[in-house]
Design a protein around this ligand. Sequence first.
Ligand code: BT5
Length: 259
Amino acid sequence: MKKSSLSPTAITDNLGTRLIGQRVIYYPSLTSTNDVAKQKAQQGAVEGTIIVAGEQTAGRGRMKRGWLSPRGSIALSVILYPELAYLPSLIMVASLGVAHCLEKVAGLKPQIKWPNDVLISEKKVCGILIESEVKGKRADYAIIGIGINANIKPSDFPEIPPTATSLSHELGRDTPQLDMIRCLLAEIERLYLALPSGDAVYQEWRDNLVTLGKKVQVRTGETTQEGIAESVASDGSLLLRQSDGSLTKIVAGDVTLRG
Ligand code: BT5
């Protein structure tokens, strides 16, 4: 497919999904697709609504960190209204969806790093930010935010650390953003709709985590813990085996692989 504009009709044309992409809202430039998605969710946007941006001027990472997404990168958010039980699985749906599409559309061999990174050649090419609001037994809404360094040169941007890469840097050519976005919507739908039928998504995510079996350092706020990343629980948390033999369950943190 030729490089085309990211209009909502181009994105949804013959997409074949029934939920994800029911409505697509495209902004050439906005602050953060997650912020706009949140507003739309609070106004009752239909489930599967997508916010796509040509560029973000205030993209966000976790813990109030920034995420740079200049023109050429992919920034999108998906609005969902899942049952509470499925909230922890959304990171699995998102990272597997991205990994499948990097393989299918760009022919790359991605790796998933706990909790929210997709890597190529051990460098970060994609970040995922899941945000939700819970009221009682239901998630009021959940937003899956995905940022992919598609056709950018990371070294042009001082805010992007040297541990990052982009699809065009890895491939030596541009990847059609439209094809990648369409693939993401279809894959996210397939994986999201598979959640009620068992543990398949969790198992595939676990089996594809590059983190497992490795010696790691995990930083959570001011705390740093070291050990072997033994496994992940079905709620997405990391099980860290420390040198005294104890097993610690870590819900959130930043992992550095130690060789
Ligand atoms: C993430 O946070 O990796 C989640 C990024 C999610 C971005 C998407 S884009 C669509 C949606 N709308 C938003 O506003 N956000 C989501 P974290 O693990 O906290 O990583 C953030 C750190 O990555 C920053 O502190 C930088 O060091 C680094 N960073 C910033 N921009 C980057 C980029 N383009 N590529 C690689 N690393 C980057």
